[in-house]
Design a protein. Structure first.
Length: 99
């Protein structure tokens, strides 16, 4: 949501650096749909809630492969899921941006 405090970062950083902002389609966003959307729209960096990150990382950590960066924020992330994702998506920087 654009009223979320991190939205300033999510919106302006890509735009001020020559990128674009892609909003996920309405509806349920599972690992398969996320993987399809990022590939279709040419997404290179992803900022999502830790809760959604956890679901995707548990279901299919390779869903983040091909991204340069995936950042989970809003609460502390489980270190094992962060590590599993980093191992399943080599070349993808995996960050927890909580706090």
């Amino acid at each position: 949501a654009y009223v979320f405090d991190a939205s300033t970062f999510e919106i302006w950083v890509p735009l001020l650096n020559g990128g674009r902002v892609v909003v996920a389609p309405a509806g349920l966003l599972d690992a398969r749909r996320l993987k399809e959307a990022t590939a279709r729209d040419g997404v290179t960096a992803l900022f999502l809630t830790t809760a959604l990150f956890n679901v995707v990382a548990e279901t299919d950590p390779t869903a983040f492969a091909g991204l340069r960066l995936v950042a989970a924020g809003g609460e502390a992330a489980a270190p094992d899921l962060m590590g599993r994702t980093a191992a399943a998506a080599p070349g993808t920087r995996v960050l927890n941006v909580y706090g």
